[in-house]
Ligand binder design. Structure first.
Ligand code: 6R9
Length: 664
């Protein structure tokens, strides 16, 4: 145990050193990094001798068509950073050909379809042929290097094939999550100026069909520039509309093409993809990632953070429509020649054992999911997990939001059997790959802390008002990064000024992440949530995540979301929304207990002034709680909720507004 003193930290936090079976494996290769001393030496080299470090990493990890002579140029101050600027490579060649030529029978993707028991394999040899044929189809559409293709597909291997076919030709892809509405899709297709959309007839999730092609048809009514829609047949439902010559069946087009297509070498700085992400206001931003730096970041982080070795089976449950799916379902695993699971279904179909059966069946060695899924599954009880054989697991990861210590412990003990490493990875669409993360065989974990920076990432904690860097340990402020790293976003498509204004101008010379963070007495980093999620009660800064974590410590609580409500006396007051686990009833006694739980766990300063029990919290389709909506509702601004396109179930709003009105 260790004791920390920052007032925002719990007074004592358990520390979990890496399990001995990970550090000293028997009958397996040694871990890439097996001690803190090794991590520190590599980290130091990455900061003090960046040219040497990145030259070695870039040459070890990637295959270059033309070697680079310079590692990086440009600065955060000027927003003109570039990595390996005179190097040339092809991303699809790196992800597919290298492994197919060595061993075509090596498995690239294990595809777990929506219905259990239908898993199929795609080998690197098969993947190469599929990517090449599809690239030839795209060429036949008249597409040339630098043009953008939109991809709106379910979680099937063909979605990855589509991404890689673009990469093979130097085309820029923009994947739009297939849960987005037609209007959101239209907005992105238009902003990206895509002339071609790749989609499927229908998707399947949890046994229910999704009208994918119909949504595309609707979206394209307002996108007159789209000339071709390539349609993969997923369900074969004959009622799906199809209008030639705009619409082309994938299987017919591919059958007409030769399964080889030479890769087009591109500059390391040529864009690989755009990925739209919501800003705090206004229209979504098309974050631009490059070919060289991004691929290196995705591959290198995966290798070190999940300790990937030959023969491992890696499973990331994120949809390819998000950055996590890009970096850790497709590009990271393939850059290493690893086997990656593509999971089409949902964690509770046909029951809450689905993930764990998947682990058992495919002998998954590393598993990566989001706290929201962990909490949801915890709510169903341990039996769904413990009935499965999870002994193949070594590293289990978490991403997307702060993981509360209770969910961390459940993940560690029940899923990991207290014999795996839990890696809480902090990063963003804009960072491209992990920036703060433990290394599984080296870093002693503290539940709820993303721990230490990845190689080459120089962190700073800034005073939010003055922008002054807070030196030393035991400090809190906003998180910033002091120097460029290879996989960082370079710009926002068509709006470099917005890129500068959002990330680089707020604190000149730094990349501003938009998150609050502290560095504790041991130098561990704790992400406190978006800076707009921090509540200020009577001049005391409170992290919503901390109050949420206290609430979830109560046995009745499934999930919680905490926001600041305007308060005449204290500036802001804490307003907590809570959903209960199955079997618990909403009573005033229970509400009182929950408030008490927070008071005892954190202190009277954190007492929620209002506590509202609800059936559902507003969430994005990727499962993040949308606190912005809660903030607006408690501020009496339910008529100004703004862009609701990411809200997965808008029908919950009316009940929410009524409950808040009754409670406040
Ligand atoms: C990868 C991804 C980024 C935001 C980020 C932060 C939150 C992500 C986290 C985390 C605490 C972690 N976030 N990982 N917060 N601990 N391990 O999620 O990208 O969708 O762009 O979200 O998510 O607030 O700023 P993205």
């Amino acid at each position: 145990m260790t004791t920390t003193t920052t007032d925002e930290q719990p007074t004592s936090v358990a520390v979990y050193p890496p399990h001995p079976r990970l550090v000293n494996p028997e009958g397996r290769e040694k871990p890439w990094v097996s001690s803190m001393a090794e991590y520190e030496a590599l980290y130091k080299e990455s900061i003090e001798e960046p040219s040497r470090f990145w030259t070695r990493m870039a040459n070890e990890t990637l295959s270059w068509d033309r070697p680079f002579s310079q590692v990086s140029q440009g600065s955060l101050k000027d927003g003109d950073m570039a990595w390996f600027p005179d190097g040339r490579l092809n991303v699809a060649y790196n992800c597919v050909d290298r492994w197919a030529s060595k061993d075509p029978s090596r498995v690239a993707f294990l595809y777990e379809a929506d219905e259990p028991g239908q898993a199929t394999k795609v080998t690197y040899g098969e993947l190469l042929a599929q990517v090449c044929s599809l690239a030839n189809v795209l060429t036949s559409f008249g597409l040339r290097k630098g043009e953008t293709v939109a991809i709106y597909m379910p979680m099937i291997p063909e979605a990855a094939v589509a991404m890689l076919a673009c990469a093979r030709l130097g085309l820029v892809h923009t994947v739009v999550f297939a849960g987005f509405s037609s209007s959101s899709l239209a907005e992105r297709v238009a902003d990206a100026r895509a002339r071609v959309v790749i989609t499927a007839d229908e998707g399947l999730r949890g046994g229910r069909p999704i009208r994918t092609k119909a949504i595309v048809d609707e979206a394209l009514k307002s996108c007159p520039d789209v000339e071709k829609v390539l349609v993969f047949r997923r369900t074969g439902n004959e009622s799906v509309s199809f209008s030639a010559p705009r619409d082309v069946w994938w299987h017919e087009a591919v059958a007409a093409q030769r399964p080889y297509c030479p890769p087009v070498p591109v500059s390391a700085e040529d864009p690989l993809f755009l990925l739209y992400t919501s800003g705090s206001t206004g229209k979504p931003k098309g974050v631009v990632h490059t070919s060289g730096g991004y691929l290196l970041g995705a591959g290198l982080t995966l290798k070190y953070v999940f300790d990937i070795h030959d023969g491992d089976v890696f499973c990331c449950t994120a949809d390819i429509g998000w950055i996590t799916g890009h970096s850790y379902v497709v590009y990271g695993p393939l850059a290493l020649g690893a086997t990656s699971v593509i999971f089409e279904s949902v964690p509770t179909y046909p029951d809450a054992s689905r993930y764990w059966r998947l682990v058992e069946e495919h002998k998954i060695t590393q598993f990566y999911t989001a706290p929201t899924a962990i909490r949801a599954l915890r709510r169903h009880g341990d039996d769904f997990v413990t009935r499965c054989d999870l002994s193949s697991l070594r590293v289990i990861g978490s991403v997307g939001e702060p993981i509360n210590p209770e969910a961390w412990s459940w993940y560690n003990e029940v899923v990991g059997g207290s014999r795996c490493a839990v890696v809480d990875t902090y990063w963003q669409t804009e960072t491209g790959s992990h920036v703060i993360t433990p290394l599984p065989c080296a870093t002693p974990a503290k539940p709820g802390s993303a721990t230490f920076p990845f190689f080459g990432v120089e962190l700073a904690i800034l005073d939010p008002t003055t922008g002054v860097e807070l030196e030393g340990d035991d400090v809190s402020g906003v998180l910033a990064i002091k120097r460029p790293w290879p996989s960082m976003a370079r710009t926002i498509a068509g709006d470099h000024k917005r890129f500068l204004d959002t990330y680089l101008n707020p604190y000149p010379g730094y990349y501003f992440a938009g998150d609050g963070a502290s560095r504790d007495a041991d130098g561990y980093y704790w992400i406190r949530g978006r800076v707009d999620d921090v509540i200020n009660v009577s001049g005391h800064r409170m992290s919503t995540a901390e109050v949420e974590s206290a609430l979830i410590g109560h046995k009745a609580v499934a999930e919680s979301a905490v926001v600041g409500a305007p308060d005449e006396l204290t500036g802001q007051a804490i307003c907590a929304f809570v959903t209960l686990k199955d079997g618990f009833e909403t009573t005033d006694v229970l509400k009182g207990e929950l408030v008490k739980e927070v008071r005892t766990r954190i202190g009277p300063i954190a007492t929620p002034k209002t506590l509202i029990l609800v059936d559902e919290l507003p969430k994005t389709r990727s499962g993040k709680i949308i606190r912005r909506i809660l903030r607006k509702v408690v501020a009496g601004e339910a008529d100004q909720l703004g862009d609701l396109s990411t809200l997965s179930d808008p029908s919950i709003l009316d009940v929410l507004i009524t409950k808040v009105a009754a409670a406040l």
